[in-house]
Design a protein around this ligand. Structure first.
Ligand code: PEP
Ligand code: MG
Length: 316
């Protein structure tokens, strides 16, 4: 047992029967890389590039400054996978030069990809910097857009990536229910999906993620949220493409097993959670994870979903 515990505390993520589930790290910049490397992250599943833009809310950082930061992250994962999210400004992360000041509902306004499409120069500089940062490195770069609502958004982002000459896979985050409902349509334009379950819960339940009074509805075990995850994963499978999770949901070890059972293809989380998720996942077969996922989806509340999944996995 001791040997088994040791062998699962490092190495690639997988179920007990060998179904691979890459465990990736969520980072905010080069400073978060050592912790990710230490726990054996298989790459980065969400590089939130906002941090680079927060020093100065009057203007975007120069291309040179961006190249330096991106290169520091890319160099840390030779042969690994790094998924960079382009700037996600607006709502809880306003930037003076991008975010409209007079929106009555900023979370429903011009944020994420919408602000970048309104400021193509900012997007172009970021994509060019990424392209130059990755040049000559063996890393497997993927770039994704936040807040993609539909196929037109996905196409606009993919067009901008191509125009910048970026050699990477282009992806769309699924954080708006419309993108999950029409995931196959979105996938006509991009090569992968990544579920941002924090915003997806916020928009599915009309519950502001910053308002504690509605936190019950932000619970990622909500069966309606699990349905949207399943819908996205099924669409990706049908299209032969990948669908990861990079929201908080992935960091709950039990929920990570359920997400695996729903068919997601990678899990990205804060580095500190990786060892727990790796150890828990290694205890169960894929079939057990699938049964836990079905039981959770059959429940009528987040609490019941958690209890049902736990019961399946503990063999009750
Ligand atoms: C999310 O919404 O789940 C997500 C990963 O992005 P962020 O938390 O940065 O909005
Ligand atoms: Mg988000």
């Amino acid at each position: 047992a001791r040997k088994a515990a040791l062998s699962t505390s490092t190495g690639p993520g997988a179920t007990s029967d060998g179904h691979k589930m890459p465990l990736l790290a969520n980072i905010g910049g080069p400073g978060d890389v050592p912790a990710a490397v230490e726990v054996g992250a298989e790459g980065v599943g969400l590089f939130r590039t906002e941090f680079l833009f927060l020093d100065d809310s009057k203007q975007a950082p120069s291309e040179e400054k961006q190249i330096t930061a991106y290169r520091a992250v890319l160099e840390a994962f030779p042969e690994g996978r790094v998924v960079v999210r382009v700037l996600d400004a607006g709502a809880d992360k306003p930037l003076d030069f991008l975010t409209p000041a007079d929106e009555p509902n900023p979370a429903l306004g011009v944020r994420g990809l919408r602000s970048l499409l309104d400021h193509p120069d900012v997007l172009r500089t970021q994509l060019t910097a990424l392209s130059k940062a990755a040049a000559g490195l063996p890393v497997y770069l993927e770039v994704m857009a936040p807040m993609v609502a539909d196929r037109a958004d996905a196409k606009a982002f993919a067009d901008a990536c191509r125009a910048a000459g970026l050699r990477a896979k282009f992806g769309a985050m699924v954080e708006i229910p419309s993108a999950a409902l029409r995931a196959r349509s979105v996938l006509q334009e991009v090569e992968f999906l990544s579920l941002g379950t924090n915003d997806l819960a916020q928009y599915t339940f009309a519950a502001d993620r910053q308002v504690g009074a509605v936190s019950r509805l932000q619970d990622p075990w909500q069966p309606a949220l699990l349905d949207l995850v399943a819908m996205s994963a099924d669409a990706a499978k049908a299209e032969g493409k990948s669908c990861g999770v990079c929201g908080e949901a992935a960091s709950d070890p039990l929920l990570a097993c359920v997400l695996t059972g729903l068919g997601v293809t990678s899990l990205s989380m804060g580095a500190a959670s990786i060892p727990y998720v790796r150890t828990t996942l290694a205890k169960y077969t894929l079939a057990q994870c699938e049964r836990a996922a079905s039981a959770a989806r059959a429940a009528d509340s987040a609490e019941d979903a958690r209890v049902a999944a736990q019961a399946v996995l503990s063999g009750e």
